[in-house]
Design a protein around this ligand. Structure first.
Ligand code: UD1
Length: 435
């Protein structure tokens, strides 16, 4: 399934000043110390949406302070839901008895994940008006699987003036078969079916740890979900859900980012709270590249040699190597020993950052969904631009092995998904600062 990149080239919902919108990196290493991994961006946004299902006060712990969370707070706020920080990483969400089931364009266009409010709004209010997410630099961003699943549950849709108007007087449990294990479609189906009458089965469901986290949150709220994390999820509909406290699953992509930094710069790190078992395939690949990584009572322990060996990698839905890791892997291969071929199987637009890496002296050729990366012993610092969250982080990572100074502009893209990337990298010895 090849589509488009989620949210490249978009501005986040935060003002950014020109001066602090850059990250300045110099060659660094070895890295040494401890980094604490935050809650998963790709989970917390869905958990916040799921809170719409139950009136009352929810509390989420381990919530990262990232721009996408700020955008989701704004979206919930526009529906009449109050959210406030009640600790460094604890977010209180107060859902009233009345909510406005509408997601306006100005907010939806800021982050594609906002489409996941559709399922919970339909289940809670019987109707929803959600702006179409729209296309991006790479083409359309289909939500056909989301809509088909909700339709199978009894919803009807009309589109007018750039909005999808959804209605469902009754949602009825049924068998849903996704043509591709789409993360977002699985989540929307899950959040709608928890309140549907009877049993819903979602076949060919996405298996990502973030889906299992969403199901755990919903089950805690009183839902009856079995099999989340596998390809078949069964949901027994319930009449009522109640608010709860929940700790967000650790962000495997954030953890992968520090493993990538370690791989490029060398050294030894402990990633506190990271979940080794959620990153098996990636860790196996990094092992082939010469890193030693093992579970640790605190999270993950990892060590990297001076220079990595090149490998070939293909992205696949979980438990395969995630598409979100890909820019990081390309960034690592740019200074590894040998030639690696990276194949993208999910999103077509995810090689845009390659031009930026080439500006840093990397030897990369792309053809269709493949990138051939010939490792150089060192790269060469250059001014570059972060095209999106993960690609931006990958440029910072690659720059750890670039002579001179690399200035990564448009760092606000990185802030959408990383809480204090610069501070965390600097704390383990990287020469990196905001500027
Ligand atoms: C989520 C993640 C994203 C990750 C992706 C794949 C969030 C906020 N984002 O995105 O970081 O890269 O999973 O692991 O959690 N598709 C359709 N029709 C649909 C839905 C999807 O054709 O109705 C296509 C997409 O264009 C893409 C593929 O299916 O080619 C996978 O998309 P999906 O798994 O839905 O990704 P997202 O949930 O958007």
């Amino acid at each position: 399934m090849v589509g488009a990149d989620p949210m490249p080239g978009r501005s986040p919902g935060r003002e950014h000043t020109g001066a602090m919108d850059r990250i300045i990196v110099r060659r660094s290493g070895p890295l040494e110390g401890t980094v604490t991994i935050g809650g998963a961006k790709n989970s917390v946004l869905k958990l916040m949406a799921a809170s719409l299902l139950a009136p009352g006060t929810h509390v989420l712990h381990r919530v990262p302070r990232i721009t996408d969370v700020a955008c989701m707070r704004e979206l919930l706020g526009s529906m009449g839901v109050r959210t406030s920080w009640i600790g460094p990483s604890s977010l209180e969400i107060v859902v009233g008895d009345e909510i406005e089931p509408e997601a306006p364009y100005e907010l939806v266009e800021k982050f594609r994940a906002s489409i996941v409010v559709m399922g919970p709004l339909l289940a809670r209010c019987g109707r929803a008006r959600v702006a179409l997410p729209g296309g991006d630099d790479f083409g359309p961003r289909p939500i056909d699987m989301h809509l088909r699943a909700l339709e199978d549950l009894g919803a009807t849709f009309t589109t007018a003036h750039g909005y999808i108007e959804a209605r469902a007087d009754h949602l009825l449990g049924t068998r849903l078969l996704l043509e591709f294990p789409s993360v977002g479609a699985t989540e929307n189906a899950l959040m709608a079916s928890v309140r549907a009458k009877g049993t819903t089965t979602i076949d060919n469901a996405a298996r990502e740890p973030e889906i299992a986290d969403l199901a755990a949150y919903l089950n805690r709220m009183g839902a009856v979900i079995l099999g989340a994390g596998s390809s078949t999820i069964t949901v027994e509909g319930v009449d009522e859900l109640h608010p709860v406290e929940h700790t967000v699953v650790a962000d495997r992509i954030e953890a992968a980012t520090y493993l990538a930094a370690l791989g490029v710069a060398g050294g030894e790190l402990t990633l506190v709270d990271a979940r080794h078992e959620h990153m098996d395939m990636l860790i196996a690949k990094l092992g082939e590249m010469g890193m030693r990584i093992s579970p640790d009572p605190d999270g993950i322990w990892a060590m990297a040699p001076r220079r990595l060996r090149a490998v070939d990698v293909s992205t696949l839905p979980y438990p395969g190597v995630a598409t979100d890791y890909k820019p990081l892997l390309v960034g690592m291969l740019a200074s590894a020993d040998g030639v690696g071929i990276v194949t993208e199987n999910l999103f077509s637009g995810r090689f845009r950052y390659v031009d930026e890496l080439v500006r840093m002296g990397a030897d990369i050729r792309t053809e269709g969904h493949h990138a051939v990366v010939r490792g150089k012993a060192v790269l060469s610092g250059a001014p570059v631009r972060a095209p999106d969250i993960r690609a931006g982080a990958a440029l910072v990572v690659a720059a750890l092995k670039a002579e001179g100074e690399t200035v990564v502009a448009d760092a606000h893209h990185i802030d959408r998904g990383y809480e204090d990337l610069v501070g965390k990298l600097a704390s383990v010895g990287a020469d990196v600062r905001r500027g």
